[in-house]
Design a protein around this ligand. Sequence first.
Ligand code: DGL
Length: 264
Amino acid sequence: MAKAIGVFDSGVGGLTVVKELIRQMPEENIVYFGDTARVPYGIKSKETVIRFSIENILFLLKEDVKLVCVACNTVSSMALPSIRNYFKVPMVGVISPGAKEAVYATKNKKIGVIGTQATIRSRAYENEIKALDAAIKVIARACPLFVPFAEEGWLKERAVFDVAKFYLAPFKKAGIDTLILGCTHYPLLKPVIQEVMGSRVTLIDSAKQVATEVKQLLATGDLLESNKKAVRDFYVSDDPAWFSGLAERFLGQKIERVSKVSTA
Ligand code: DGL
């Protein structure tokens, strides 16, 4: 069987990236791993996130994937820079594509970044943006409550607006014109975030750019496939039913087969 694109995340959020991979490359096989037994990664230490990530990549390599897409901002910011050197397989993270898109979008050179505590603490977006244009001002803030809201399907409730107003107030005050949604759960809350920030602020959801980079990398290596019946396999480290229940919201379609595995 043709080799698949491997994708992993701490849980279900990476499916927002899978959605875009499927849209841009419908004929590619995909193997997804969501580490639902150990989510969230966003409050864990760098050492732990690195260890979990290596285990997840080793699992995907056993599935003989041709590329690993790290569909998690926390892993991409904390672990990817050091672990990519240990593996031969090409790897694409979500930080650099999102940063590039934001630098391209901003006119007033004021960019906001929201993400998990770990992502914000790592300053990965800030460093990437500054390397592209040192004149850009970056303001960043962790918005940890957005993750459970997205998982609970609370996408428009009053409480979500109140929390979003609280989290986003410093960005409004600073007059940013571009906001990076630096967590794979946040695209689900786009309507609320857009309403709070106003229509003049561009929201950057890196999924599209990530899928474009995956496609380019596969094309360069002559690794693009055209499977008329592409196969998508989903694996999790905890209850498959919980994952399947949430998956449709994140992926926009039902998932047939989800299997439980252990990577540890
Ligand atoms: N997937 C994670 C991210 O994009 C959010 C959930 C977590 O904290 O593990 O940062």
